[in-house]
Design a binder for this molecule. Structure first.
Ligand code: PGA
Length: 240
């Protein structure tokens, strides 16, 4: 059976003290969860250490990006060895906000992804279509292109994929669960990687998590807004 993964992407939210307050509330709420569910919190770089100190067996910590070089003159970037020394084993790569606002391309995404794998960090590769591609019936072709470029020379064994339709991110519009299931099945067939966990992301909330997780192809979720509040993310982790 594939791993179940409940991941929270905090984006550019929470100071150190706000992160501490979240953890004080969140950790007791997930204490009784099924240990087979992997919980990953991906905070901004400034709160990675706060989360690592509190993680224990409660959750794993992930970064929101990393650079492909181990070190160098790259102002504003951080590298895989920096994360590894803190005990971090996951990193989101190729989030649509990185692609949209920070000019990340399939090529830079691929470089970051391969560097992560090479150093022993599991990348969470984000793919997904915009509204234009969806309306033009280009969804599957768009995603296959992102996969083919993003995963060139990559190792499918050390990988998590997140299908995140851009039109559903932060908009309150969730992709219908059966459609998310269909796209994820398409991704799995395209890659021929039956063991790779594939998550859904885009307006996941306490009110839709149970239905999403009944879908056979959906192995978990990548959650933005609803991961910022301890009670709502705990409800997502404790899905029924
Ligand atoms: P959202 O974000 O849950 O706020 O829609 C998801 C994401 O960007 O990963």
């Amino acid at each position: 059976m594939r791993q179940k993964v409940l991941a929270g992407n905090w984006k550019m939210y929470k100071t150190h003290s706000e992160a501490r307050a979240f953890l004080d509330q969140f950790i007791p709420l997930i204490a009784g969860r099924d240990p087979k569910r992997t919980v990953i919190l991906c905070p901004p770089f400034t709160t990675l250490e706060t989360l690592c100190a509190a993680a224990g067996d409660h959750f794993d910590v992930g970064a929101q990006n990393l650079h492909w070089e181990p070190q160098g003159a790259y102002t504003g970037e951080i590298s895989a060895p920096m994360l590894l020394e803190m005990g971090i084993r996951h990193a989101i790569i190729g989030h649509s906000e990185r692609r949209q606002y920070f000019s990340e391309t399939d090529e830079s995404v691929n470089k970051r992804l391969r560097a992560a794998q090479h150093q022993g960090i599991t990348p969470i590769l984000c793919v997904g279509e915009g509204l234009t591609e969806r309306e033009d019936n280009e969804t599957d072709a768009w995603i296959c292109r992102q996969l083919d470029h993003g995963l060139e020379d990559a190792n499918l064994e050390n990988l998590i994929i997140a299908y995140e339709p851009i039109w559903a991110i932060g908009t309150g519009k969730t992709c219908e669960a059966p459609e998310a299931n269909r796209v994820i099945a398409m991704i799995r067939t395209h890659l021929g990687a039956s063991n790779t966990p594939i998550l859904y992301g885009g307006s996941v909330k306490p009110g839709n998590i149970d239905e999403l997780m009944t879908q056979p192809e959906i192995d978990g979720v990548l959650v933005g807004g609803a991961s910022l509040e301890a009670e709502s993310f705990a409800r997502i982790v404790n899905y029924k």
